[in-house]
Design a protein around this ligand. Structure first.
Ligand SMILES: Nc1ncnc2c1ncn2[C@@H]1O[C@H](COP(=O)(O)OP(=O)(O)OP(=O)(O)O)[C@@H](O)[C@H]1O
Length: 418
């Protein structure tokens, strides 16, 4: 049996904390069995290392390993992603597709954020766990698969069970053994080790000399709460590595990269005087944020128009129409037949587009647009951070405030590594 030390080397896991070692030891012990494992721990503590260890030490190691982030897949497509679909099962299902459970037959599937699975998908999952059976979306034929599932969550699933959002029977089916990873603030000795590793990596990546913390800075590093755990530590290490020209980092310098007291967000974006959206700047950000979202919806709509060539907008995607135009009574009468259709569809416009592309002005316009997008993206990040800060990290409340779905917020947190 491989030792904990050897596994840490193989998977580049930094740290000597006893709780971390125990978690790795447990993973080594359960790997040769098919026991179901639930990995728990806050976001950013390195939960994904555990299923990778389990898979590579199991008899399934030559089979496939698929990691699925259940929170990042839209509800409407998750069943098809996991279990596949038949041709014609829904609009756009132009061919039969294998799902992860079919592809990973003989291997391992890691279901991250398992608490985000819709209840209907939970029923299907329970069936696979119980007898290896599943049915593709749009099919009536039962198929068999032999997949080991390792699940993970960073929320307390008992709360979800109490609220009726997670099936209790599924919870127990997924959790024969629980492996918990400690938050970074409980791994005091490891914080500086990890930081040193990250700054060495970034020095290499950005071809700069590595930076060094003085003693006071090391103390602050170890005292800090690191609510975003290793992910947050790595972000801070990257920011300092790139932005600081002086490679000797003092307490004051480090402090300027850490969230101010009582928050867990970088001080550069925190506004101590106001904690709501009442300032002019914030209102502007909110408007920009909404505008970007509208713009994306309009882009989608245009694309669908181009693809479908439909004359009536409402034929295309009623949800999108509803989102863009609201629910006025005359929604169903929106008809672009007279004007925009020709604007989007006719060959003349296409040729125009090509012609513009040859023109230098087009390049300028593109550059400007890219800059705008970057600026908007920065504002979006600030808005999200601010809302999360205001709502004490509660995603549901932040999503409500921002007017986006929790799932979208989740994706954005991942996308921007917040
Ligand atoms: N012990 C470690 N040594 C070095 N890097 C690590 C270690 N643990 C985690 N990391 C890095 O920290 C980041 C966060 O890890 P990971 O994505 O596994 O966290 P997580 O707990 O699954 O978070 P979430 O619940 O948000 O998905 C990753 O980039 C990972 O490579």
């Amino acid at each position: 049996m491989e030792t904990v030390q050897a596994i840490k080397q193989r998977f580049e896991i930094i740290g000597n904390d006893p709780k971390l070692n125990r978690a790795i030891e447990k993973a080594i012990q359960v790997a040769p069995t098919d026991i179901s494992v639930m990995v728990t721990g806050e976001s950013g503590v390195g939960k994904e290392n555990i299923p990778r260890i389990i898979h590579s030490l199991s008899h399934r190691k030559h089979g496939k390993y698929i990691a699925v982030n259940c929170g990042a897949i839209p509800e409407g497509t998750i069943d098809s992603e996991l279990f596949g679909h038949e041709k014609g099962a829904f609009t756009g299902a132009t061919s039969t597709r294998e799902g992860y459970f079919e592809v990973a037959d003989g291997g391992t599937i890691f279901l991250d954020e398992v608490g985000e699975l819709p209840l209907t998908t939970q029923v299907r999952l329970l069936r696979v766990l119980e007898n290896g059976e599943f049915i593709k979306v749009g099919s009536s034929q039962v198929q068999k698969t032999n997949v080991r599932i390792v699940a993970a969550t960073n929320v307390n699933l008992f709360n979800a069970i109490e609220k009726g959002k997670f099936r209790e029977d599924l919870y127990y089916r997924l959790t024969t053994v629980e492996i918990t990873l400690p938050p970074l603030r409980e791994r005091n000795e490891d914080i500086h080790l990890l930081f040193r590793k990250f700054v060495a990596d970034f020095a290499h990546k950005y071809k700069m000399p590595p930076l060094k913390l003085d003693d006071d800075a090391v103390q602050l590093l170890q005292k800090f709460r690191w609510n975003g755990n290793i992910r947050q530590l790595r972000n801070v290490a990257e920011q300092i590595s790139v932005l600081e020209t002086n490679r000797d980092i003092t307490l004051a310098t480090l402090k300027s990269y850490l969230p101010t007291e009582g928050t867990n967000l970088p001080s550069v974006i925190s506004d101590k005087k106001k904690d709501d959206f009442s300032t002019e700047r914030d209102i502007l950000y909110k408007v920009l944020f909404d505008m970007k979202s509208d713009l994306n919806d309009l882009k989608k709509l245009t694309l669908e128009l181009m693809k479908n060539g439909s004359s009536k907008v409402q034929d295309i995607n009623p949800n999108l129409i509803q989102k863009i135009y609201g629910s006025q009574e005359n929604d169903s009468e929106i008809d672009f037949e007279e004007e925009p259709r020709t604007a989007v569809m006719t060959p003349t416009t296409r040729e125009d587009n090509y012609r513009i592309q040859d023109d230098n002005n087009y390049l300028d316009a593109e550059t400007i647009e890219e800059e705008e997008i970057l600026r908007l993206e920065q504002k979006e990040i600030e808005m999200i951070k601010k809302s999360l800060e205001k709502n004490k990290g509660k995603r549901k409340a932040a999503a409500d405030e921002l007017g986006i779905s929790e799932r979208t917020l989740y994706r954005k947190i991942k996308q921007f590594d917040l």
